[in-house]
Design a protein around this ligand. Structure first.
Ligand SMILES: Cc1cc2nc3c(=O)[nH]c(=O)nc-3n(C[C@H](O)[C@H](O)[C@H](O)COP(=O)(O)OP(=O)(O)OC[C@H]3O[C@@H](n4cnc5c(N)ncnc54)[C@H](O)[C@@H]3O)c2cc1C
Length: 434
């Protein structure tokens, strides 16, 4: 029952084992100049670097560890359209103009991801077969019907499936219906991050791993970024460190509340189950607050995820839950061994909207994706590149501009321990009941 390899928060588990080799990203050494400095090599920073370099700018990315070290290398791999918020709620919060522009940009987000993957031949198990948002109960069904209707009013190609259609696609009878979003799909998340890094380098960007930015200083008309072995001067800085922010960018992480999320992957499914469980390889998750996500990878492993960390105190509860949940959903997999387990930090904001900050002259960040970062990170990275290139003004970015650096949210100290302990208690209770 115990996963053969349990990775700490520092590792991306299965994805590290099956992603293509990373491109060479040697540390920066000595003093350098660039038009644009990007701090952080996840989807946001790498999309920014790719688009700015492709437009002819001199771009340098400084990454503390390696491309995909943060959320971008350890997530579930669901390439979603839009945010967690219902489309109507999003527009109510941001107003019809800005909200409408944000919905349009993020609704088209998966298309941008598929296009980048195709154009740069990124090897990342891209599967544009849609996602299934699954309703385990009547409340979930009502929420999904409302979401479907709201997307339909905006012309999005989503459909509501009944219980029978859902069971046929999933190979399980646990759900009363599902929202099929044909825009969406799955990737091997670390493969996509490494592919973006490779594409950015091919477009002319310099990407330096093991180059944590230790200090940021304004010197006349430029920013000076110092790393242990080098320094970089740039007129424009894109801070793309998000929930894994450290050093001088750490307030970007402190402005968010971290929701831990783990994934546990089985061995590849035997052939008979492979034929009936997710034959269309859609990525799935349910409407519960402490949700379950599940999907297959290219080798046919089932990857089950939920809220929680795999630390010494909570790991056993989550593993026991995963075993019960797997058997409950797919009885034929009850005895299939787990191979990998890992977890990461999802950055949340109180209103579930990302944050757009101007840290100072020529320095911006977008962060706080609330668990929806693959397509949004790619979209926002491109917008930040256009902003840094002076091709758009800040108000072209469909998020309210906070004209100040991020401010720590003191309530995170209350939320984070409750979420972590609450998810473990719930999974423990579920496992005992089950
Ligand atoms: C377990 C999990 C499951 C998720 N599932 C999904 C999903 O299915 N679909 C989806 O769309 N989203 C999902 N997300 C969210 C998504 O992964 C993130 O929103 C997204 O990866 C954020 O990308 P980013 O580039 O903004 O930040 P990150 O990928 O976190 O990159 C930030 C980078 O900045 C670097 N850094 C930090 N400080 C410094 C410094 N001082 N100097 C230099 N570099 C620095 C870090 O090392 C890191 O590599 C999930 C997240 C997690 C953790």
């Amino acid at each position: 029952m115990t996963p053969a390899r349990l990775h700490a928060d520092a590792d991306a588990g299965l994805w590290s084992d099956t992603a293509p080799e990373p491109p060479a990203t040697p540390p920066i050494r000595g003093a350098h100049d660039s038009d644009i400095a990007v701090i952080g090599a996840g989807y946001t920073g790498l999309s920014a670097a790719l688009h700015a370099a492709a437009a002819g700018a001199n771009v340098t990315v400084l990454e503390a560890a390696a491309p995909g070290h943060g959320g971008s290398g350890r997530n579930v791999g669901l390439v979603n359209a839009g945010l967690w918020l219902m489309p109507d709620a999003l527009e109510a919060r941001l107003g019809p103009d800005r909200g409408g522009r944000l919905l349009a940009a993020l609704g088209d987000g998966p298309a941008l991801v598929w296009d980048i993957i195709a154009r740069h031949r990124i090897d990342c198990e891209a599967t544009a077969n849609g996602t299934l948002h699954c309703a385990p109960d009547a409340a979930g069904l009502r929420a999904l019907r409302a979401r479907t209707a709201q997307w339909h009013r905006r012309g999005a190609p989503v459909v509501m499936l009944d219980a029978g259609e859902t069971a046929a696609r999933i190979g399980a009878t646990a759900f009363r219906g599902a929202l099929l979003d044909r825009r969406a799909g799955t990737v091997q998340p670390l493969g996509y991050a490494r592919g973006l890094a490779r594409a950015a380098i091919a477009a002319g960007a310099k990407v330096h791993g093991h180059s944590p930015v230790l200090s940021l200083r304004r010197d006349r008309d430029r920013w000076e970024l110092a790393t242990p072995q080098g320094s970089l001067r740039a007129a424009r800085v894109i801070v793309a460190t998000n929930t894994y922010s450290a050093g001088p960018c750490a307030d970007l992480r402190r402005a968010q509340s971290v929701l831990p999320y783990f994934n546990i992957a089985t061995k590849p499914l035997p052939a008979p189950q492979r034929a009936t469980i997710l034959p269309g390889a859609e990525g799935c998750w349910d409407t519960h607050k402490i949700l379950t996500s599940f999907r297959l990878d290219a080798a046919g492993r089932l990857i089950l995820g939920s809220v929680g960390a795999l630390g010494p105190l909570d790991r056993a509860a989550h593993e026991a839950w995963a075993r019960r949940r797997l058997a409950g959903l797919f009885p034929a997999l009850a005895d299939l061994a787990f191979e990998h387990a890992w977890y990461g930090r999802i950055g949340t904001t109180p209103d579930a909207l990302p944050r757009f900050n101007r840290h100072g002259t020529g320095m911006w960040s977008i962060s706080g994706y609330n668990g929806r970062g693959i397509a949004p990170g790619t979209v926002f990275g491109r917008m930040l590149a256009q902003l840094a290139l002076d091709r758009i003004a800040p108000d072209a970015i469909p998020l309210p501009l906070i004209d100040a650096p991020p401010r720590p949210d003191p309530l995170r100290h209350l939320r984070e321990p409750v979420w972590r302990a609450g998810s473990a208690a719930l999974h423990l209770a579920g496992a005992r009941r089950g």
